[in-house]
Design a protein around this ligand. Structure first.
Ligand code: HEM
Length: 417
């Protein structure tokens, strides 16, 4: 990013001449021209960055006290909760932090879907996001196994057993993953290693994500291109720093509410019982944020088919920029798409509800219908809508809907900042 910034102090000048880090940060975090009409749904990228950093810091300290061994893991977590200074606090932040992270990422993705942020020229920002989402799922799943409670153990058993559905090599692959013939210490050590590693990979992808974002610049609620260097944009600092910090504070209050008042609300009570390979819990349910995908997995009567559909449900997101054939980005100007958007969201929530129910009777039937609809949305509705929908006329500039005066808005769009 081009910037006219010059470091002031002698030290800053000395460093910047050799490694222009200060100029880089100034360009990307301070001067970065940002559309002036971003609403609060755009604050979740910053909130997600906070979540990632919080998980890494609390995770690092937890790892100093945790023991990745099937005989000791459960009691090492109890030790953290009871003996380590503020251990309970760290653990509750980390466990609830995972949920908060997923709340934020689902909102962030829903925002991108509504305003068409995945469309040209932002396809790669979105695709990197899909990879981040995949890594987040893997990290959270492996993290949940670490306390070695009943849900940890049985969740790990159900999910790692899915690999046995792979034709011919399935069983060998599963045994190789387990490092033995059942879920036990070798798998736990592997999960701990990967659970430690993946957040740093996510961190690297987030840098690419934001880098890719800063090439075309932000999308905005109108979904139209802004005129760079005009009155359409404002510097990121202080305008959006202040807005992001305010949103983050509200988010932190809700986060603190969970940590201090209902720290176990989002977890499962069975995970306070040590893993017992001889006793299967009545219902094996994953954490709430996996429930829609779990429902898709169980909707298919065949194990391999279920795995393929579950993986496809996420993989299909990567093709979204090409499946959605409409040239208009924002749902504000797409009346038909807007209705299907809400139906899609309701269907996704329904899948989440179904994932928490026992896989029998009417629940399975509805899960099948909801699974089919999930894919129909991407494969049929979105491609067709682009051709048949009559979109509303787009404003000339992002100022027009605010100023409500076309002439003034046109002037604002072209006037230098
Ligand atoms: C650790 C997780 C993530 C972090 C830290 C992160 C961070 C950010 C940040 C800071 C922005 C700019 C501000 C904003 O638009 O809110 C952004 C934009 C964006 N993100 Fe993410 N993101 C994450 C995950 C994802 C995921 C999972 C997706 C989609 C699958 C995604 C898709 C997008 C898109 C399309 C934009 C462009 C927004 C626009 O200009 O309208 N992100 N992200």
């Amino acid at each position: 990013m081009s910037t006219d910034y010059k470091p002031q102090s002698a030290v800053a000048k000395w460093i910047d001449k050799r490694l222009p880090l200060i100029t880089l940060f100034n360009g990307h975090l301070m001067q970065y021209p940002t559309p002036k009409n971003l609403n609060y749904w755009w604050t979740f990228g910053g909130i997600l960055t906070f979540c990632l950093v919080t998980q890494i810091i609390t995770g690092l300290v937890l790892a100093m006290h945790y023991i990745a061994d099937a005989d000791l893991a459960f009691s090492s977590v109890e030790h953290i909760m009871r003996d380590v200074n503020y251990g309970w606090f760290l653990r509750y932040i980390h466990a609830n932090g995972a949920s908060m992270f997923f709340i934020a990422v689902y909102i962030h993705m829903a925002r991108s879907l509504f305003y068409g942020s995945y469309k040209e020229p932002r396809e790669l920002i979105w695709i990197i996001g899909v990879f981040i989402f995949l890594l987040m799922i893997a990290t959270a799943f492996m993290g949940y196994v670490l306390p070695w409670g009943q849900m940890s153990f049985w969740g790990a058993t159900v999910i790692t057993n899915l690999f046995s559905a792979i034709p011919v090599f399935g069983e060998s692959i599963t045994n190789w993953l387990w490092g033995g013939y059942s879920v036990g210490s070798p798998l736990l050590t592997r999960f701990f290693t990967l659970h430690y590693l993946l957040p740093f990979l996510i961190f690297g992808l987030v840098i690419l994500h934001v880098w890719a974002l800063h090439v075309p610049g932000n999308n905005n609620p109108e979904g139209i291109d802004v005129v760079q260097g005009s009155q359409d944009t404002v510097p990121f600092h202080p305008h959006y720093v202040v807005k992001d910090v305010f949103a983050l504070l509200v988010f932190m209050i809700i986060f603190a509410g969970f940590v201090f008042f209902t720290p176990n609300l989002l977890g499962h009570t069975d995970n306070y019982i040590q893993a017992n390979p001889l006793q299967t819990p009545e219902h094996i349910v994953p954490e709430w944020y996996f429930l829609p995908f779990y429902a898709i997995l169980r909707a298919i009567p065949d194990k391999l088919g279920g795995v393929i559909m579950m993986v496809s449900a996420i993989a299909i997101l990567a093709f979204l920029p090409w499946l959605d054939t409409s040239k208009v980005r924002s749902a504000k100007y797409r009346p038909l798409f807007r209705q299907f958007y809400w139906i899609f969201l309701a269907n996704f929530l329904l899948l989440g509800y179904l994932g928490a129910q026992p896989a029998e009777g009417i629940y399975v039937i509805i899960s099948r219908i909801a699974t089919i609809y999930y894919f129909v949305h991407f494969i049929i509705i979105l491609p067709v809508l682009g051709f048949v929908e009559k979109t509303k006329p787009l404003p000339k500039s992002i100022s027009e809907p605010v100023l409500n005066d076309k002439e003034r808005a046109a002037k604002a769009a072209t006037a230098p900042a």
